[in-house]
Design a protein around this ligand. Structure first.
Ligand code: ACM
Length: 764
């Protein structure tokens, strides 16, 4: 039998030699006094190295200790070190960590032909089949699936429901010894998770020739929370049905069990509704924002190419069946009464202010003013839609959005005001309450439960409404105090559209960094919520996709942060241990590579240091303000790699903290232009630019502050007609003694397009 070699993972160390600046959230948004992710990561490394307290992390990790390196060839001042071999590891690299695990000497040798014996029932057989398929796909071992009892000592994998198994829902027991492995559970859901744990062990089991050595152990496992969710936004960008099914597979491997599926929003309606075909024939298609998209003419129509797509009901049925087989409940979200512009464009009579609607599905991000009206005909429409949604999705919850309804259009509409008077609704604030209560009653009458974002709390909902708290955890507290179930999904920690590292190699997303460590340290039941825990169903991370254009990036933004989420949601609070999680990640990354899951290895990336005369990407600069910072993808070229600019869209202005102007003689800057496609209400009026001196505008560079006379001016004319990145002609810099902060800001004629810095480089 092979020695137990699981969890051969590196001990990690980060040493910040040069005081690298990394962008982190303002502390206020993370909670007062909380340390930043980088500090925590650094602390985790510092504690572990040489302390002798982490011997269980064991032997040297092969292949240079690191996952993929994605930083540029900058001089790296941080060392990511592997310790010398210490001891044979004993903790299997399982994620999420099981509730109870005892390692018990020798385990089972897996080889071709070894049996998986499944107990009675179709579901049990299906679980056995899936386990065999996963082991075959990931390790090349072909197990033989048989039904019926297993002979004692047969050396088989025994998979069955058992009254003696741990009693809680989704719980399971897994025992592995030389005589065989046994997975038992009370319910198929628990049995499935036992099988997934067994697969994780097989996926990282050391190979000896054609055999795999599973460790001897005993696990008794049960979830901490019953809502362990991910939200996938398929409205802003569309993912194929195949991708959605793979996403569900990946969730299930992590014991995540709720997919909140955001199917409709201002920029797209993605669900076929038979009674209202225009929802998808019109509402599922848009022209992307900006000049590059306007120039991209579809030869079939002679008009700008449309972006979009939708799920047919047949596809949804397949996805729902697939989710059921992976023990994932889909909570479909039909976002109403705001975030519904695509539906309103398709059926304008539903709108509070039809005259203010755009003529086509819009491509701006942000918060639109458009709202549904409260006519009876509109409720009939909504109920018809919900009928079809209920027929497709068998789960208990239907999510009806409810977020960010700005009441202006209700106030301004004479028809809505007249209806309010008839209904005795005193003010526009009460309209949403009326709306949510009607929908909640309708769903209750059909045996379903309304779920919505935390704005619905104020609406005076029926008791069985479930509230997803996104504006911090306050909504969860208020909801739980009012007797509602609640799920914690707060921005920013649970918003996977934030970039997960500060490296220029990170794909587009919101600018603030939410790292895997940030997510891992999320406390689900802080202070006031601890006393209300009976109402806290669990936790959910949300992948909004305004800036997530491709499926690869949707996966990348999700993993490994959702692995951290899985541990937060599944494992006992007392066993939460970042060091241990970090040590289990390399094995997890091996699984991702095996399964073809795109993921971020930023957690192991060296901190980046850029030498004075190397290229500084926008991500290496500081934004002058942190109003709305985005890591924004260029809108061109149509095909191929696009630049990504870190930019505060409400104040495009960048700081290079230290430029040696004794040495630097010239400056080269590469710039891009992006559409200003943001619905930000009045904030738009507050965006100011310096007056340009030429038609196209200029980039102005100042020293030691952003006011005063420019040190250098770079005319934008050479870039004016290029939708992609242009390297502007190099400009000379005046000689100034010493090191200076440089401020770079555009003088431009208007807001759209928005100019952005891609990179700058000083020359000696
Ligand atoms: C939300 O982010 N508007 C739920």
């Amino acid at each position: 039998m092979a020695a137990l070699l699981l969890n051969q993972v590196p001990k990690l160390q980060r040493i910040d030699v040069a005081g690298i600046r990394t962008k982190t959230l303002p502390r206020s948004r993370l909670g007062g006094g909380e340390v930043t992710a980088r500090e925590r990561v650094a602390a985790a490394g510092d504690e572990g190295v040489g302390s002798g307290s982490h011997a269980r992390y064991g032997a040297r990790f092969a292949a240079g200790c690191l996952g993929p390196r994605r930083t540029a060839a900058a001089a790296l001042t941080v060392l990511l070190a592997c310790t010398a071999p210490l001891a044979v590891a004993v903790t299997p690299a399982l994620i999420p960590a099981p509730a109870h695990l005892e390692v018990q000497g020798e385990g089972l040798t897996l080889r071709d032909g070894l049996e998986i014996r499944v107990g009675a029932g179709r579901e049990v057989a299906a679980i056995g089949r899936y386990l065999a398929a996963l082991i075959r796909a990931s390790r090349g071992i072909a197990l033989a699936l048989r039904s019926g009892a297993v002979a004692p000592g047969a050396g088989a994998i025994d998979l069955r429901l058992d009254a003696d198994a741990p009693a809680g829902e989704e719980s399971y027991r897994l025992e592995i010894a030389p005589a065989g492995a046994r997975v038992t559970a009370h319910d198929p859901h628990g049995l499935f998770y036992g099988a997934m744990t067994l697969w994780q062990l097989a996926s990282s089991a050391p190979r000896q020739g054609t055999e795999l050595a599973l460790p001897g152990l005993r696990i008794e496992d049960a979830p901490r929370f019953r809502w362990r969710g991910l939200m996938l936004d398929s409205a802003r960008h569309f993912q194929s049905p195949e991708f959605v099914m793979r996403y569900i597979d990946w969730m299930a491997l992590h014991k995540l069990n709720v997919l909140s599926w955001h199917l409709t929003d201002d920029q797209g309606w993605r669900l076929e509704i038979r009674k209202y075909p225009r929802l998808t024939s019109v509402g599922a298609w848009r022209v992307p924002a900006g000049r590059a998209a306007q120039r991209d003419i579809d030869p079939a129509t002679g008009r700008p190419r449309l972006y979009g797509g939708f799920y047919t009901q047949a596809q949804v049925r397949r996805i729902v069946a697939h989710a059921r087989a992976r023990y994932v409940t889909i909570v479909p979200e039909i976002d109403l009464p705001a975030h519904a512009t695509a539906a309103l464009v398709a059926y304008p009579t539903l709108a509070a202010q039809p005259a203010e609607l755009p003529r086509a599905v819009p491509a701006d991000w942000g918060t639109y003013p458009h709202l549904l009206n409260i006519d009876e005909a509109t409720f009939r429409f909504v109920e018809d839609v919900l009928d079809e949604v209920m027929a497709l999705f068998p789960g208990p919850y239907l999510h009806v959005g409810g977020d960010e309804a700005v009441t202006g259009q209700w106030q301004a509409s004479p028809a809505v005001r007249a209806r309010m008077q008839e209904l005795g609704i005193p003010d526009a604030g009460g309209v949403q309450g009326y709306f949510e209560r009607r929908l909640g009653d309708y769903l209750s009458a059909h045996g379903r439960r309304l779920a919505g974002w935390d704005e619905i709390v104020a609406a005076g909902l029926g008791a069985n409404a479930t509230v997803l708290s996104w504006r911090g955890v306050r909504g969860a507290i208020v909801a739980a105090q009012a007797g509602h179930d609640t799920v914690l999904a707060p921005d920013p920690l649970m918003y996977l559209d934030h970039r997960q590292g500060a490296s220029p190699a990170e794909p587009p997303g919101r600018g603030a960094v939410i790292s895997t460590a940030d997510l891992y340290h999320f406390e689900v039941l802080p202070g006031e919520l601890a006393a209300l825990s009976q109402h806290v169903l669990g936790v959910q991370a949300n992948l909004w996709t305004e800036h997530v254009r491709t499926e690869e990036r949707a996966a990348y933004m999700t993993w490994p942060r959702a692995a951290a989420l899985a541990e937060v949601a599944w494992s006992p609070q007392a066993s939460r241990d970042w060091d241990s999680f970090l040590a289990r990640l390399p094995a997890e990354f091996d699984r991702y590579r095996t399964l073809g899951i795109h993921y971020s290895a930023d957690v192991f990336a060296p901190l980046r240091h850029v030498a004075p005369f190397e290229r500084h990407m926008s991500q290496d600069l500081r934004t002058c303000t942190d109003k709305v910072v985005l890591n924004l993808e260029d809108d061109a070229p149509r095909v191929g790699a696009r630049a990504v600019f870190l930019i505060d869209i409400e104040n495009p202005c960048w700081i290079l903290p230290a430029a040696d102007l004794t040495q630097a003689r010239a400056l080269t800057v590469a710039v891009g232009q992006v559409p200003f496609n943001y619905q930000i209400g009045r904030d738009r009026d507050a965006i100011r630019f310096d007056a340009p001196h030429t038609a196209a505008g200029e980039l102005e560079v100042r020293a030691d502050g952003c006011d005063g006379a420019p040190l250098a001016v770079l005319p934008l004319a050479p870039a004016a007609d290029n939708d992609a990145v242009t390297v502007l002609p190099r400009v000379a810099l005046p000689r100034l003694a010493g090191s200076h902060e440089l401020c770079l800001r555009f003088a431009q004629p208007g807001l759209d397009p928005l100019w952005a810095i891609d990179w700058l480089q000083l020359s000696p």
